[in-house]
Design a protein around this ligand. Sequence first.
Ligand code: ATP
Length: 380
Amino acid sequence: MSELATLPTATPSARSGSSITFDNVSKSYGEGLHAVEHVDFKVEAGEFFSLLGPSGCGKTTTLRMVAGFERPSAGRVLLGDEDITTTKPARRPVNLVFQDYALFPHMTVGDNVAFGLKVKGLARREVSERVTDALTSMRLTALADRRPAQLSGGQRQRVALARALVNRPKALLLDEPLGALDLKLRREMQLELGRLHRSTGTTFLYVTHDQEEALTLSDRIAVMNQGRIDQLADPRSLYERPSSVFVAGFIGTSNLLVLQQPQRVGEYHVSVLGDGDRLVAPTSVHQGQLQVTVRPERIYLHPTEDAAVAEHHSTVRGVVAEIVYVGSTTHVTVDLPTGEHLEVHELSNDSDLKAITRGSKVRLSWGPDCTHVIGPVAAP
Ligand code: ATP
């Protein structure tokens, strides 16, 4: 056993992180390739903040500008009050953890975690204390003597996290750290990351293209699209009140409808579609044809077309196109007379589901406040 494994365990003390400010930051790679454009926001100290978006939208470039591996073409990056835009990577009190663990294969877990501190020339006792602290925090004490090849993928990722935490960073920068893990392990590691964030109190800046992961873990999320931030909000607001068609589609199922020629009725906009169909939405500042969305779990599926529906609810007829069983819920896709489609998520034990098959004529309905107005329909 190495000396590291025999050291007494310690509980990591709460440490606070620093805020990260992006002050109108842009990054171009030569003429015409704008990887990041006018990114302007602040991650609060101690926050779990995610950058979410499709491949190539600029998430990693944004993160690497905090680590110092990329320099902004314009704008400034601040850590706390300090401008770190041009500070060398090694002088920044931040650590980057990515999918490829990059552990030293010939060193034990303990030595991998201790390596950076030894290079910095810290006293032996301090190195021991910090390594014990980090191994305890990542539940790795019993594995301190193993080499990376003797570990599972999840354990290796925990070593990579311990190696970052041992430096007591003011911000932990995580680039798709769970990308190489299978789904079950991903879920476990998500819980681990949440626990780690709470116990260290440091700032987490997290890059992912997995919307569920971002919604589960984050205090706030910035959704990126083609180098720009489309929407920055807490998970619930992003899900329930997307500000663009892109965000509505990227976060969850995109159930998009057009509210044609709405009339104001009391506190709602109502679009009468004929044959008993209507769409009802809360009034908004927007005028004209409106793009609206409704989340699939908010929609009731009635097994017959002539089902009675409450007065102020939206209601549309449709034909069942697809029924997909996914365990506790069943996803039903319904084709509407307008040519639009809606996906409905029903609990699989709902008795109404038994009455429908592909081709069934059904009625859908949802409450007026479940229709979210995104904005005017964009010109083609
Ligand atoms: P992914 O999820 O696939 O990692 P991302 O959102 O992290 O994508 P970035 O890696 O930040 O995206 O890349 C943003 C854009 O900048 C892409 O078009 C990419 O091809 C380009 N890019 C990134 N690094 C460089 C580079 N060193 N030279 C030229 N172009 C680059």
